[in-house]
Write a protein that binds this ligand. Structure first.
Ligand code: AN7
Length: 360
């Protein structure tokens, strides 16, 4: 019988801050594909590129790695309910893991600003959903307030259990490649994931597996780029709703990760994000939600600026699945709705329509 991947807690129990005897709430998260992408290496003019495809997690985003830890620990602490603020993916994940654990989930989402796919997930996993009249940052303030004063356990990435679980992605990259990349690139919202990868790589270095840390490049959408502004933003705006965040929760951790790794933060425009979103699905075969294309879009910007050495080996984390936000995929590059062509049931007519040559 083939062995099944057991989820990040069982796979990395020796390297995680959790008791061996603790309850484990898992949906089999982690073990995601590292897809070799020579097409991108050529586009960026570098040696090698791989995509860490985090949309292949159980709820379709990287959040599951942290949620298995956060919900397992919540159960160990006797929690009967979890709460989170979310731009969509955290809420989908929290709702699923709470369902698996048999406890209640409460999710606070910015009114009208999460994708239908993510909302459907929270509904499907029977979350108690509240649309807050405000943005993600307002939702997080409210979630923190409620968890400090009421019997509900916070599972946003300000909870260190989340980052502890998410660091396993660095372990997998090293386990798959046998080395650490020169650069690790990703989108940045709250910078929880950026900080978690750093934690993972730092532990790999401490334990003697790698010599140098990957330089971590983090990209934000131009209209929601507090790290580039150098201060929180009051009204973040971008089509990449997952990263529509103005006051990142992991500010200090991320600044340290950037400095110690020799990394950088920069911005990309919504148009650059949408271009790369299409390119990844058209040319690489990997369908991601727009926000997840932000890292690769930023790398193209860096390539054009001549900032990437030709010898570079690069891993890009694509954070969430394309099916979460299908609206952008259903439009062409001019913004026109794409409709499949109608046809008859006649083979000769269809062959002509397709321009197929007859077999000789
Ligand atoms: C697809 O779900 O913040 O920098 O509430 O869903 O760790 O915040 C999502 C963030 C990147 C940014 N890509 O990660 C939420 C939420 C996707 C995301 C990010 C998010 P962080």
């Amino acid at each position: 019988m083939a062995k099944q991947w057991r989820g990040v807690i069982a796979e990395y129990i020796d390297r995680l801050d959790i008791d061996r005897s603790a309850p484990v709430i898992t949906l089999g998260e982690g073990g995601t594909p590292l897809v070799h992408a020579p097409v991108l290496a050529k586009l960026f003019g570098v040696n090698e590129v791989w995509l860490k495809v985090e949309g292949m997690n159980p709820t379709g985003s990287f959040k599951d790695r942290g949620m298995t830890m956060a919900v397992s620990k919540a159960i160990a602490h006797g929690a009967r309910a979890v709460i989170c603020a979310s731009t969509g993916n955290t809420s989908a994940s929290a709702a699923a893991y709470a369902a698996k654990a048999g406890i209640k989930s409460v999710v606070l989402i910015p009114e009208g600003k999460i994708t239908l796919g993510k909302l459907a997930q929270a509904i499907a996993h029977k979350a108690h959903i509240l649309q807050v009249q405000g943005n993600f940052d307002d939702c997080l303030v409210l979630a923190r307030d409620l968890s400090e004063n009421y019997a509900v356990h916070l599972v946003n990435s300000v909870n260190p259990d989340r980052l502890e679980g998410q660091k396993t992605a660095s372990f997998e990259v090293f386990d798959n490649l046998g080395f650490a990349p020169d650069y690790h690139v990703m989108p940045v919202g709250n910078a929880g994931n950026y900080s978690a990868y750093f934690k993972g790589y730092l532990e790999l270095q401490r334990d003697g597996f790698i010599k140098d840390l990957p330089k971590q490049l983090g990209f934000q959408a131009e209209g929601a780029a507090p790290f580039i502004a150098g201060h929180p933003i009051a009204n973040p705006e971008t089509i990449a709703t997952a990263i529509r965040i103005g006051n990142p929760a992991s500010w200090d951790l991320a600044m340290k990760a950037k400095e110690v790794s020799g990394g950088e933060f920069d911005t990309v425009t919504d148009a650059e994000i949408l271009w790369m979103h299409r390119y990844l699905s058209n040319e690489v075969g990997v369908f991601v939600e727009p926000s997840s294309a932000t890292g690769a879009a930023g790398l193209l910007k860096f390539a054009k600026l001549g900032k990437l050495p030709a010898s570079a080996k690069i891993v890009i984390t694509v954070t969430g699945h394309g099916l979460k936000d299908v609206g952008w995929a259903l439009k062409d590059e001019h913004g026109e709705e794409v409709k499949p062509t109608s046809c008859s049931k006649n083979a000769a007519e269809v062959a002509e329509l397709l321009g197929l040559e007859r077999n000789t």
